[in-house]
Design a protein around this ligand. Structure first.
Ligand SMILES: [Zn+2]
Length: 465
């Protein structure tokens, strides 16, 4: 969305009959988020991308014994780097491998350990609530089964891993209410296996993940179509949730919600963060799960009901993705370091960092949000208390016209569980509720009903498959 210069944003008030000027969106400007954005270093991101490229190939089926080449050396380095970051914050990160054996798959025929590296920064008041930032550690060339040729994977996706490491460096200097997971996921190119393994583990362990920010290619600014631009980024977010039941789909037909999955409201949250805290960056929310017919590591989390989005460059260059290193008809192919703009990768990393920080200082998004008001001149929203009383100041109701991409109006309503907007007719707007911390950090907005619910249900007897 385009930036607006004033902190009070009055949008189309004349269009909204009955809506008063005090319902314009206001917010607390957070100095800490400006500090976090400023602390992200393009230089350190460059060093980490160069280090990851130096392993020659990081193909999932590449060798694991060498200390200098292959996926084994790469993931051991990421593990050590997380440990170094942890040493600088008094051991604030829990660093671990998350792995499983995969075999009998098209792209992993023989038994292979798919091993991701994660670090958890534990929250102080709500430690079982998580937000996550991820990148992919593996790389590939033209033949997806070629595990020996040089596959630098500088942009796809050393950029995402380097951004995740840098976000960990910056955010580990702060304490948050909720927990943050930093993940370098494996096996992406072979079929999203690292994400599937971690998502399954998360659900088995009843992790309340409120948002997965999957970063896959955050450094290319020269598009295949000739466009060169370092001021925009894309946020891909699915519109209806994958785990929706038939009954919920029927409810959605009557009550709406096809544009208000928790993933899409996470995307709106990040878009707002870009406007407020990241200079020269305008995000473009794309109303689809991912690029046309293509995949990314937020999907396995969406599959299990977790909110998640893909953050990436706006302008992709296919000559630099999944290509053997070569020159053909004067065109250079391959995902080399020359194709990465480090300042741009730092800008997208800063966007992740302020979004993770904002959500982790905010309370949990409200649960069981409900709405009523058919055939009356008012709309009533209700919700349950967000977990962790000491971090909840109150709640804020949001609404927008049904055809608008972003929330247009809001009203802080205090520490209540129900609020009626007088003379705001339910038929003409989309509504939601956010929770607000004592120092003014807000959760993403939650659309009423199962279509918009952030928390997921855990079965007591989750099977082990
Ligand atoms: Zn790729």
């Amino acid at each position: 969305m385009k930036k607006l210069s004033s902190v009070t944003i009055g949008l189309g008030l004349l269009l909204a009959g009955g809506v008063q000027a005090q319902d314009a969106i206001t917010y607390n400007d957070q100095q800490k988020l400006h500090d976090i954005a400023d602390a992200v270093s393009a230089k350190r991101i460059e060093q980490d991308i160069r280090k990851l490229v130096s392993f020659g190939t990081r193909h999932t089926l590449s060798e694991t014994e060498s200390d200098t080449r292959g996926i084994g050396a790469a993931r051991r380095w990421v593990y050590q780097e997380f440990q170094r970051i942890s040493a600088d914050c008094g051991g604030c990160l829990e660093v671990m491998y998350v792995s499983d054996i995969v075999e009998g798959e098209d792209r992993i025929p023989d038994a292979t350990e798919v091993k991701s590296v994660i670090a958890i920064q534990r929250g102080s008041t709500d430690p079982d609530r998580y937000v996550m930032m991820s990148g992919d550690i593996d790389s590939r060339v033209s033949d997806v089964m070629d595990a020996t040729s040089d596959a630098p994977g500088a942009n796809d996706n050393a950029s995402g891993v380097a951004g995740t490491l840098e976000a960990a460096r910056v955010l580990s200097q702060y304490n948050f209410d909720g927990s943050i997971v930093y993940a370098a996921l494996s096996g992406e190119e072979q079929g999203l296996f690292g994400g599937k393994i971690l998502a399954r583990k998360a659900k088995q362990n009843k992790w309340r993940i409120m948002a997965v920010l999957n970063n896959d290619m955050i450094g290319n600014i020269e598009g295949i179509n000739g466009v060169i631009n370092n001021t925009t980024a894309r946020i891909f977010a699915e519109g209806t949730r994958m785990d929706e039941t038939d009954r919920e789909a029927t409810m959605r037909r009557f009550y709406g919600g096809e544009n208000d999955s928790p993933s899409r409201n996470v995307a709106r949250y990040i878009d707002t963060m870009a406007d407020r805290y990241i200079a020269n960056l305008d995000t473009m929310i794309v109303y689809r799960l991912d690029r046309f017919g293509r995949g990314g590591h937020h999907r396995p989390f969406n599959d299990l009901g977790y909110p998640g989005v893909r953050i990436m460059e706006t302008n992709e260059n296919y000559n630099r993705q999944h290509q053997d290193l070569r020159t053909e008809n004067g065109i250079e192919y391959g995902d080399t370091i020359e194709g990465v703009d480090f300042d741009y990768a730092a800008k997208l990393t800063a966007l992740n960092a302020v979004s993770l920080a904002g959500m982790s200082w905010a309370p949990e998004p409200p649960q069981n949000v409900d709405i009523r008001g058919a055939v009356q001149p008012s709309t009533t929203l209700s919700w349950n208390d967000a977990r962790g009383e000491e971090n909840v100041m109150g709640y804020k109701v949001y609404w927008r016209l049904t055809s608008e991409p972003q929330w247009q109006w809001s009203r802080y309503v205090g520490d209540v569980n129900e609020y009626t907007l007088e003379n705001v007719v339910i038929d003409n707007y989309i509504f939601g509720v956010a929770s607000v911390s004592p120092d003014g950090f807000e959760s993403p907005v939650v659309f009423p009903g199962p279509a918009g619910e952030f928390s997921i249900e855990f079965e007591d007897d989750t099977d082990d498959n």
